[in-house]
Design a protein around this ligand. Structure first.
Ligand SMILES: Cc1cc2nc3c(=O)[nH]c(=O)nc-3n(C[C@H](O)[C@H](O)[C@H](O)COP(=O)(O)OP(=O)(O)OC[C@H]3O[C@@H](n4cnc5c(N)ncnc54)[C@H](O)[C@@H]3O)c2cc1C
Length: 268
């Protein structure tokens, strides 16, 4: 099946993006929208290409964070063409998204806007405590990543609002990280995933689960999980009271492996 007929234009100015008409949609890498349109799960009268807009293509380093323009591609992060806020962890995560052909086109902003619960950036950026900068007709606002995704394929984006950038806090070299995803084959979406961040210098600890039926879940009591006072099984069980998790055992195992990875880093 192929997509229903649509018009196409390339945005030449960021201001055009807050004035789309009914039936018009942004397209960035087209790696998620294309398949959805081919399956006729999504229709649009016109696609407005934002992938080459200079304002969305930059990654800027600030004192405490790196700001990734929404149209930065997975491949650019994989290749180290962007500043690195997190000791190479984003580079590794990017390299494990799908296949190179998808990574060449797919963008960090497109991935978050699409909000597939199994997507890599959705869980990795939650684990890294990122913020999403949105621009709409009413101006700019910043949303914590945990508040950005509200359900499967659902975000807080309003009509004519777009993701301008994603801000990822810089981590000291002493910080440690674990990211584990279970997938049936390399290049596939995760069946279960988990991240662990141990940033002792800043007193910031985070354990999160991804590939759930909804948005990622930031687990309460991360330090207890990391120090072993709360086992991964009990931590995921407790999370069950917050949200139903179908793939419980896989999520426990993903959390155990992410913990091992992060703690391995502590011993280096
Ligand atoms: C075969 C295949 C395998 C894949 N495997 C994986 C995988 O293992 N892990 C993974 O994480 N992903 C995977 N993906 C998805 C891929 O990472 C996509 O690149 C990503 O999900 C969407 O990014 P995009 O730039 O292509 O967005 P598009 O497809 O262009 O757009 C997706 C949606 O986001 C909207 N949008 C795009 N940019 C913005 C913006 N700046 N502001 C507001 N809305 C916007 C569009 O209107 C559309 O609704 C796979 C894709 C394919 C085709």
């Amino acid at each position: 099946m192929k997509a229903a007929a649509f018009d196409f234009s390339r945005a030449s100015d960021i201001n055009e993006l807050t004035a789309l008409k009914e039936g018009e949609k942004f397209v960035a890498g087209n790696q998620s929208l294309g398949p959805m349109m081919n399956l006729r799960l999504v229709r649009a009268n016109r696609l407005v290409d934002i992938a080459t807009l200079p304002a969305l293509r930059k990654a800027n380093e600030h004192s405490n964070h790196v700001e990734f323009g929404a149209a930065v591609t997975h491949a650019e992060i994989e290749d180290g063409e962007t500043p690195d806020p997190a000791n190479g962890w984003m580079k590794k995560a990017a390299a494990n998204i799908a296949h190179r052909a998808v990574r060449n086109r797919g963008t960090i902003g497109g991935s978050l806007a699409h909000a597939d619960p199994a997507a890599d950036w959705v869980i990795v950026l939650t684990g890294l405590d990122a913020k999403v900068a949105l621009i709409g007709p009413d101006g700019e606002r910043k949303v914590n990543i945990e508040d950005f995704i509200t359900g499967p394929y659902t975000t807080v984006l309003k009509e004519n609002e777009f993701i301008a950038s994603v801000e990822v806090p810089k981590r000291p070299t002493s910080a440690c990280w674990g990211y584990w995803k279970f997938m049936r084959q390399v290049g596939e979406f995760a069946k279960a995933s988990a991240t662990v961040l141990i940033d002792q210098e800043n007193g910031f600890y985070r354990c999160a689960l991804g590939a759930l039926e909804g948005p990622p879940l930031v687990l309460p009591r991360p330090l207890d999980i990391i120090e072993g006072d709360l086992g991964p099984k009990k931590a995921v069980e407790d999370a069950l009271s917050v949200r139903k998790i179908a793939s419980y055992d896989m999520h426990v195992a993903a959390l155990e492996r992410a913990l091992e990875q992060a703690k391995e880093g502590l011993r280096l």
